[in-house]
Design a protein around this ligand. Sequence first.
Ligand code: PLP
Length: 454
Amino acid sequence: MTHEVRSPAAAAPGRLPLDASLHMPLGAEGEGAARAGLSQVALGLVGSEILKIAADVRALQAQGRKVCNLTVGDFAPSEFRIPRSLERGIASLLERGETNYPPSDGVLSAREAVADYYARELGLRYPVSSVVIAGGARPVIYATYRAVVDPGERVLYPVPSWNNNHYVFMSRAVPVEVMARPEDDFLPTSDLLRHHLDGVRLLSLNSPLNPTGTALSREALTEISVMVVEENRRRAARGDRPLYVMYDQVYWTLTFGDTRHHTPVELVPEMAAYTVFVDGISKAFAATGLRVGWTVAPPYVAARMRDLLGHVGAWAPRAEQIAAGELLADPEGIAAYHAGMRSEVQARLDALYEGFRAMAEAGLPVRAIPPQGAIYLSARFDLMGRRLPGGALFSTNEQVRQYLLEKAGVAVVPFQAFGRGLDDGWFRLSVGAVSVAGIAEALPRIRAALRDVI
Ligand SMILES: Cc1ncc(COP(=O)(O)O)c(C=O)c1O
């Protein structure tokens, strides 16, 4: 490899720019990285499985096919707009010059607004030193892992669940995965978790749950919380470090019907010392691109997360976080927005659920779990062991996924993308980027596709 140091004059108008690609070991992405001697973490990272499926969808759309895209855990702005007040607030804050670095734990007014929001809406009073604002929920999750777990230590989480495998990997932690059961709506129970607590530093919980659209009940979460408190009493007696719970509640404003959202701290107050909340505006206000999230945690944990996030620079943009704080301080505005958003999300999930119920009643091999929260539906396309006339037997979720995409123009994500490695036909269907009309058009196509399988 030759190294050439060029003076700025080389970029002068009329001169060809230096072709940097001639000086790098190119090739397939991974191959180039391996040859360049990158770290084990960089080499071992796995990209998003869902983004790979998105490429298939784009390819089909490029052929002019209509696709009902139920894959992305995002909101299409054409279907779900952020609150107007948030939009205007950000614009006027930018105009006012709120463009410099925010404090590393967040702008004080936004942190106070989160603390008041939790007191008002969740009945939990925390000091403002418990609140750290960050650039979305993802950095908060990463900071939680890094603040609590040392390399080589264990993290316990149920599967299916969202991205724990990636955060475990980046933290060099040891995963302890527990398979949640369809009969429990794919939610963890204290019975499932209890036998896996040895040496675990972090238990990762999420409710309402991505990918299943189901939510922990008061009873189930109470039992898990009591289990953690008892475990920590035993650890304290031995002088051992406690077990923390990361409670990711980014979808907590989206629950349907009789489902109520609960928190470990509300149910078992001693959990305040061990609970690290993950939250933000991405899902609650359809604001995934604005990048405002936060943690609410014991102040000594929050302070280390602040320092970690500060070094990464994963702050929320200043104007966005101030405007988010103003929104959180407006209970009537929030209530009005959520009434609309919840019914729109529910209409989409209900349309899918009812569609599948009708198909099941007609004897077709599909069933779904009634939607409880978030923007997801769990559905099982039970095609294993069946075949298309003259075709091969279905034996993997991937075959089912491709069949539904090609035959019905419907894109779904197998539970394997969420760590459940079984080919038993369970899929996540996400409704944030589709209309009710789009779902109504897609259902007959799914029905026809399932009818063709024998
Ligand atoms: C359960 C869960 N937590 C956290 C996130 C990340 O949220 P953010 O966009 O604020 O980083 C997601 C996004 O899909 C999620 O599903």
